[in-house]
Design a protein around this ligand. Sequence first.
Ligand code: CP
Length: 310
Amino acid sequence: MNWPHKDLIAIQDLKPEEIGHILDMASSFKEISKRDIKKVPTLRGKTVVLLFYEASTRTRLSFEIAAKRLSADTTALSASGSSFSKGETIMDAAYNVMAMSPDCIVIRYPYAGIPKKMADLLPCSVINAGDGYNEHPTQALLDMYSMKERFGTLKGLNVAIVGDIMHSRVARSNVYGLKKMGASISLVAPKTLLPPRVETWGAQVLTEFDPVIPHADVIMMLRVQKERLHDRFFPDEREYSFFYGLSKRRVDMMKKDAVIMHPGPMNRGVEITCDAAESARSIILDQVENGVAIRMTLLYLSMGGTSNVD
Ligand code: CP
């Protein structure tokens, strides 16, 4: 496929066949990470700048590892320690970064819309590593890859996404992507953690967890985003965990081959117990492993990689 996109800002911008192409290509990139020498020359001479204005462990590290495995040069900047702390705007920072001729900027920002603005105004590739409550497209792609790896297809899968839907860019991107790929989605949350107009997303919306469990192929637990909870959305963590946490009792209600996912970081004892996170059904660390392969694929495609993968 001739890749038509300079940037990756939103799952909503991708056609189903483009999502399929990314998921197919990622398997070749995953193989590179299993070699003794985990490095290929594919993006030699390219420069990737990681701008992370919000905390990250998995996304930032996996983009950096992905770029290095493809031989690109990387450099990273966070809000603390940058001139953001002196009042410089994000777009001023972006123009200054651009003056140093990067080939790709990976940006995480606490508010929606900045990656799109950068993509529209800068000549280099821009990849959205999460913008506010809006989208986290690379997370959804690695999640879809992990589901397809386990079940062989996304078409017809029943996926339950459970927890803080309101503040979750992971939920939005997964709903958009999974719908395009033919999966059925149930969103489960207390009413207070459902966003306005959630019924327009094209998913079944429920406020009770137990009834969906026996039908789900995938149960994706979402983190309660304590840093974004400026109001009281539920009485206390104990009660939240009782009604919406994935516990051993609920794991025992799951279908025989169903799997547990979580984008991380987990609040153990709140949305997921240690039993559930570490059960044989958990593919949470597969998601992290697959994140490197997906991000290698996206860096390769965004920067117009034309040589053989290996
Ligand atoms: N899933 C995810 O985005 O994790 P990080 O915040 O650690 O990058």
